[in-house]
Design a protein around this ligand. Structure first.
Ligand SMILES: C[S@@+](CC[C@H](N)C(=O)[O-])C[C@H]1O[C@@H](n2cnc3c(N)ncnc32)[C@H](O)[C@@H]1O
Length: 245
């Protein structure tokens, strides 16, 4: 299976632009809630993060790990369409579940260090559905609502691959608490954005992708578990994953 659709689907994510980042920084000093960079780029996931997603999702299929695919924090479906395409080509017997409030992130807490405010990163369910029509794929099982109201009751019993992309401490911790027990041995949990200030690579410096709460939630949740987080370069930010032991 080739991976050209990573660029063809919904357009190629624009490259990291130093100029846009400078404009962004100036704007954020004057009007802190404005994020020119992300709006300008108009795409959530970089091409590198789409490639990570492609290879890790394919890996669990090749390894015949039992279970469905889930995306916790699907936004407008830019990664969901990739997962759906992979399942359609490789194993249409598995379901894909997509969770989101479709009204952006909830209130943040201290651990999030003020990076996000309520309603940031909002994408409508209509936009999500339109993206599936645009690329000619059937829609996944979509569960709108806050994670606290949806995950426990609607996550599938067995998960082979999970993309948790929730940006905030509480959202990530709650997602981990619910996904982890359902994740099959050998299954992969990928964190869409995982910012570690100790990772000295230039890619992590884009302020639009700082998400201190995600690392804190992962560190706390995995502290008494055998799984270790692996950090992945994803263009101008970093992702991370662990494989269930
Ligand atoms: C970074 S975006 C996801 C991007 C998407 N995975 C992609 O690759 O295009 C984060 C999403 O998580 C959702 N979200 C965060 N916390 C949530 C919560 N507690 N309940 C429901 N949705 C939440 C937001 O609405 C937002 O759409």
């Amino acid at each position: 299976m080739d991976n050209l659709f990573l660029c063809e689907y919904l357009g190629t994510p624009p490259r990291h632009s130093k100029f846009i980042d400078q404009v962004d920084r100036v704007f954020r000093k004057v009007i802190p809630w404005i994020r020119i960079g992300s709006y300008w780029r108009g795409q959530m996931a970089s091409i590198e993060s789409r490639m990570n997603l492609f290879h890790l999702a394919n890996q669990v299929l090749l390894m015949q790990i039992e279970g469905d695919f889930v995306e916790v924090g699907c936004h407008a479906g830019e990664s969901t369409v990739i997962l759906k395409k992979i399942l359609r080509e490789k194993d249409s017997s598995r379901n894909l579940y997509a969770f989101d409030s479709f009204q952006g992130v909830p209130e943040s807490v201290n651990a999030d260090e003020g990076v996000y405010k309520k309603g940031d990163m909002s994408a409508s369910l209509e936009k999500f559905n339109k993206h599936f029509e645009q690329v000619g794929l059937d829609k996944p099982i979509t569960i709108p609502g806050w994670f606290v109201d949806t995950l426990e009751s609607s996550l599938p019993g067995k998960i082979a691959f999970a993309l948790i992309d929730a940006d905030l401490y509480n959202s990530t911790l709650f997602a981990l608490q619910n996904v982890y027990p359902r994740l099959s041995p050998g299954g992969i949990c990928l964190m869409g954005v995982y910012w570690d200030p100790n990772t000295k690579v230039e890619m992590t410096t884009d302020p639009n992708y700082k998400s201190p709460g995600v690392k804190k939630a992962c560190d706390e949740f995995l502290a008494d578990k055998p799984e270790k987080v692996n950090i992945l370069i994803a263009g101008n930010y970093t992702s991370a994953y662990f494989r269930k032991v």
